[in-house]
Write a protein that binds this ligand. Structure first.
Ligand SMILES: C[S@@+](CC[C@H](N)C(=O)[O-])C[C@H]1O[C@@H](n2cnc3c(N)ncnc32)[C@H](O)[C@@H]1O
Length: 213
């Protein structure tokens, strides 16, 4: 058994197993690396794509979409599932415009619907039900998003939530910041609620993958 395996080595290995992405997605990954923009990255993106394919998702709602990297993985799945819609929601005009450029270049212009809005409010106003909901908003907003998500996701649908390891800050008892508390509280709620089957998958910064009963 190898010892002293680092988190970075595991991350690089998992990323290396993901099949090559189109040049536009590679450019999005390079931008994130260069500018420190928090995208989900190849291994977590591929898992999102895989889950969306496994459940045949055709109606996907994303909360906190950035410049569209995670959206691209969901759009690819929806297209391969026969078509549908992926809602891209971010409150920044600049990121929304940037996402439109990337996703049009990838050929997903018809699949993605753009909302420049606070994401939980956009979900509240959206007509569900959705097959899959992905949550990547500011972490202090996680706990209050759960009842809205539960209402809009179909039974048998999948919820994926990013940053559930929060770079290890959840383990630091001195860290009582709203973001860290938000991750802890969301984890407590979803893992103790009888309405969900939820597991934390420790890819990159940790994804909770939950099935709505
Ligand atoms: C972590 S980044 C998104 C990364 C994206 N999911 C990806 O992997 O490509 C989150 C983005 O959502 C925005 N955001 C955070 N909280 C939000 C909220 N409540 N409503 C709308 N946008 C939000 C942030 O400003 C940021 O641009």
């Amino acid at each position: 058994m190898a010892t002293n395996l680092t988190i970075d080595e595991i991350r690089d290995y998992l990323d290396s197993l993901v099949p090559p992405r189109p040049p536009e997605m590679q450019a999005m990954e390079a931008y994130a690396n260069e500018h420190g923009f928090p995208i989900i990255g190849p291994a977590a993106g591929y898992l999102c794509y895989q889950i969306a394919r496994m459940i045949g998702a055709r109606r996907v709602f994303e909360l906190g979409s950035g410049y569209g990297y995670s959206t691209a993985w969901f759009a690819r799945a929806v297209e391969e599932n026969g078509g549908g819609v992926v809602h891209h929601v971010v409150w920044s005009e600049e990121l929304s415009q940037k996402a439109r450029g990337h996703l049009a270049a990838l050929g997903f212009g018809e699949i993605v619907q753009y909302h420049m809005s606070e994401a939980v409010q956009a979900l509240r106003e959206a007509s569900g039900p959705f097959d899959l909901i992905f949550n990547d908003i500011d972490k202090q907003g996680y706990p209050e998003s759960l009842p809205v998500i539960a209402e809009k996701l179909r039974p048998g649908g999948a919820l994926i939530i990013d940053n559930m390891l929060w770079s290890g800050r959840i383990f630091d008892e001195n860290d009582q910041s709203p973001a860290t508390q938000g991750v802890r509280e969301f984890t407590r709620r979803i893992t103790t609620d009888q309405g969900w089957i939820a597991s934390l998958v420790p890819i990159r910064d940790g994804l909770i993958v939950a099935y709505k009963k």
